[in-house]
Design a protein around this ligand. Structure first.
Ligand code: ZN
Ligand code: ZN
Ligand code: ZN
Length: 112
């Protein structure tokens, strides 16, 4: 996210779809992007935080990220701090599959 326009909390904004990178196409299949439905943009509500689980890519392997739904960002309304269990990565480091962290549910942050 390069945009730095000040926005109010609770405001809905349109951002480029992270999963398809704004192409509207599923990068892993000959189909419409499942995250934006081919619209190339997604609607998200401020305040936004980069999705820790997919690191903002919107993808988890060849699927859309289960935490942000492929948007690459999540809405976090409360005051948060990096998750002490996963160190802010959103992934359960003790799990061989690197599943989402059970403490922050993949967000990488927990309420203060
Ligand atoms: Zn898309
Ligand atoms: Zn994500
Ligand atoms: Zn965590």
């Amino acid at each position: 996210m390069k945009q730095k326009t000040p926005v109010k909390a609770g405001e809905w904004v349109e951002i480029m779809c992270a999963f398809c990178g704004g192409t509207g196409k599923n990068p892993f299949a000959a189909a419409k992007c499942p995250a934006c439905g081919g619209r190339r943009k997604v609607r998200v509500q401020e305040p936004l935080l980069l999705c820790a689980y997919c690191e903002g890519t919107g993808a988890n392997g060849r699927m859309t990220c289960t935490i942000c739904g492929g948007k690459g960002v999540i809405t976090v309304k409360e005051q948060v701090q990096p998750c002490p269990a996963c160190g802010g990565h959103g992934r359960d480091v003790s799990s061989p599959l690197r599943l989402s962290c059970p403490v922050c549910e993949g967000k990488g942050v927990v309420p203060i």
